[in-house]
Design a protein around this ligand. Sequence first.
Ligand code: NAP
Length: 308
Amino acid sequence: MTLTILYSADGWNTWETPLRRALDATGLAYELVTDAAPETVDYVVYAPSSGLHDFTPFTRAKAVLSLWAGVEKIVGNKTLTMPLTRMVDPGLTEGMTEWVTGHVLRHHLGMDAQIHGLKGAWRQDYPPLARDRRVTVLGLGALGADAARALAALNFDVAGWSRSPKEIAGITTFTGEDGLEAALARAEILVLLLPLTGGTENLLNARRLACLPRGAMIVNPGRGPLIDDEALLAALDEGRVGHATLDVFRVEPLPRDHPFWLHPGVTVTPHIASETRPATAATVIAENVRRGEAGEPFLHLVDRGQGY
Ligand code: NAP
């Protein structure tokens, strides 16, 4: 008997059916509940928005299985002493790649000029082919690598940057500080898909923004604090950065008086780039419960030392 408890603000209605279906498929005897004495729980299926902060009472929990890809809100939680897994969900990845590809194409094709109207000026600005457009993706994990592959499949000239060296067919890859500067220097369009950690906070500061080609477009569905807001606003005002499409912010919801809302060089989207899809993510959760019961290593285990 495995008791799995769900802590998600999205709630029982969204998750119960797909989780039961996926847990049934494992053949395990289980109980899935939203409320139980913590000391009886084997697996905590958890979303940071649920409001659960103290894991101390979960004395026999074998793992906390996060429904979110980003774990910055929970990775430093001292009461969370059991293994912590993050969400790598095919549906989440698919949605992110669609969002990234759409925003990259928007900037590549210069669609804003047409959407906002040419105001009577018959100006034929032909976009270059994707093969002549350099895109850099910072972060080549589950989401970044998929987006980079999709952009390369559209013929974009794609580079990526990650902590550990990567070999991805059709992508030029970089690591380290020198590699970051080289990756930024070629980024006509820059996509941020890094996790928020001590090593990535304010990564895009004034010095690194200055490495970008003049007029570079930034697309950030990673996390808000990856970018120094003040440095970005200064770079936009000086025309060094052409546009920033931001899905994530230091404070969410983005405060109504934040300059990003009205800045002509900023597109704000309200943290909707992608989300965990219960239909596909439930299988990932159930597989980790199965692994826990079989004594096999968990998938997508968070490295507490690295913070992601
Ligand atoms: P992931 O699989 O853990 O990939 C993270 C990537 O970042 C890896 O390639 C990693 O390098 C690299 N990285 C981490 N720290 C680094 C550092 N200090 N220097 C250089 N590279 C570094 O994560 P993911 O699933 O792709 O998700 C990425 C992030 O997307 C999440 O953490 C979350 O913040 C964000 N997200 C946003 C939304 C949204 O709707 N806006 C939805 C889901 C996720 P290695 O490969 O060498 O480890």
